[in-house]
Design a protein around this ligand. Structure first.
Ligand SMILES: *Cc1c(COP(=O)(O)O)cnc(C)c1O
Length: 375
């Protein structure tokens, strides 16, 4: 790492969270690692969750599934979103499982030999995103798939309000349960619970749950999981600014007296969006306000005292929770995590020690460079 702005990912916390939820719900674990494991870097997270007992990895697209295969993961992978029909041969070659959600999709598969294709059926019980919309549609789909020799390994639905309404989630769950019982087919994978449902529903019609955000210790209901993520940077420039001067683009902040202003190497291109102006970071036991506009690469912070250059600054982590940050920004932790850009180095911790550092841009560019040199 050359620029000291990094996302710290505690792999032990992730292991703990997988093991804790697995024990609690007693089901198979599908770790949902879409969007590069919610921005954490899928490679180390895959290894960690698999070692901790996850039986399947779910991603959003064929691209993400191929990334896992390129990285050497040979286990079960489920694509939760759409897959194009022309990609079916590649899907089968790579042993990837896809989601089937419509009759037109099944019709389009007829042009292919699908005898080695593995699928999960998606039932839309109220999210209104993708999925079959009734039990009769599901029945027809199952029959058509079996006629085409497709391996129908699973069925699932997705809850819209698992973090907010038990009542609405119950309605969705009962629709799903009825479908599973009516179809009465020996699916290997029956799943509906996302993170929040997995720690508050223990129904027995399903045998797996899909964990995303709770892998990182973030949960609406279960507060004893371990937080795995912290975003850090360091003060690299500190100065005294006389009263009445302005800070940053647009001169949106004026010093009220002589103030000590620090500069940190993190900005909106790292995912620290401009909305963070006026929020606080944490420095050696105290909160310090981000003053002036957040720039693309740097931000300014008003300090309570003269720190040494190089002092650690926590944007979120053990002292400033990502949940509070999300509330203050009127968003959800998911969005904050996914916005941390590839420019930010990921540092992976195990037994309290940094075991690995990754900078996606730097690694990618050296790969391209080596190809260009014909190595
Ligand atoms: C993203 C996603 C999940 C994981 O949700 P969390 O709330 O992060 O646990 C589960 N299932 C589907 C279909 C998803 O798209």
């Amino acid at each position: 790492m050359y620029r000291e702005t990094w996302l710290e990912v505690d792999l032990d916390a992730i292991s703990y969270n997988v093991e804790t939820i697995k024990e609690l719900c007693g089901k198979k674990i599908i770790a949902v690692l879409k969007a590069n494991a919610y921005g954490c870097g899928d490679h180390p997270v895959v290894q960690t969750v698999v070692e901790a007992g996850a039986e399947m990895i779910a991603v959003s697209s064929l691209e993400e599934a191929l990334v896992l295969r390129n990285e050497g993961y040979t286990g079960e992978v489920l694509i939760l979103g759409a897959t194009r029909k022309e990609d079916l041969p590649l899907v089968m070659e790579k042993g990837i499982t896809i989601t089937v959600y419509s009759a037109t999709q099944i019709e389009a598969m007829k042009a292919y030999d699908t005898s080695t294709l593995k699928v999960h059926l998606k039932y839309d019980t109220g999210m209104n995103r993708i999925g079959f919309r009734s039990i009769s549609e599901l029945k027809e789909a199952l029959k058509a798939l079996l006629d085409q020799k497709v391996k129908v390994e699973g069925i699932f639905t997705h809850f819209a309000c698992a973090d907010s309404s038990k009542e609405k989630t119950d309605i969705q769950f009962h629709k799903f349960k009825e479908a599973v019982e009516t179809l009465n087919y020996p699916f290997t994978w029956i799943h509906c619970d996302n993170s929040d449902a997995s720690v508050s529903y223990f129904e027995d019609v399903t045998n797996a749950c899909r964990l995303g955000i709770s892998l990182y210790g973030i949960s609406a209901y279960k507060k004893d999981l371990k937080h795995a993520l912290s975003l850090y940077t360091r003060l690299f420039f500190i100065k005294h600014v006389p009263q009445g001067e302005s800070i940053g683009y647009g001169a949106t902040y004026q010093t009220k007296e002589e103030e000590i202003i620090g500069t940190i190497p993190i900005g909106y291109a790292d995912g620290l969006i401009r909305e963070n102006q006026g929020r606080c970071v944490y420095i050696e036991g105290e909160k310090a306000e981000l003053v002036g506009r957040i720039c693309m690469d740097q931000s300014m912070v008003r300090l309570n005292k003269e720190y040494e250059e190089g002092t650690l600054v926590e944007v979120f982590g053990p002292h400033l929770s990502i949940e509070d940050m999300a509330d203050e920004l009127h968003t959800i932790p998911y969005e904050i995590m996914c916005l941390i850009s590839p420019r930010v180095t990921r540092r992976y911790m195990k037994n309290g020690k940094a075991i690995q550092e990754e900078n996606m841009r730097l690694e990618y560019s050296s790969l391209i460079g080596n190809q260009n040199r014909g190595e």
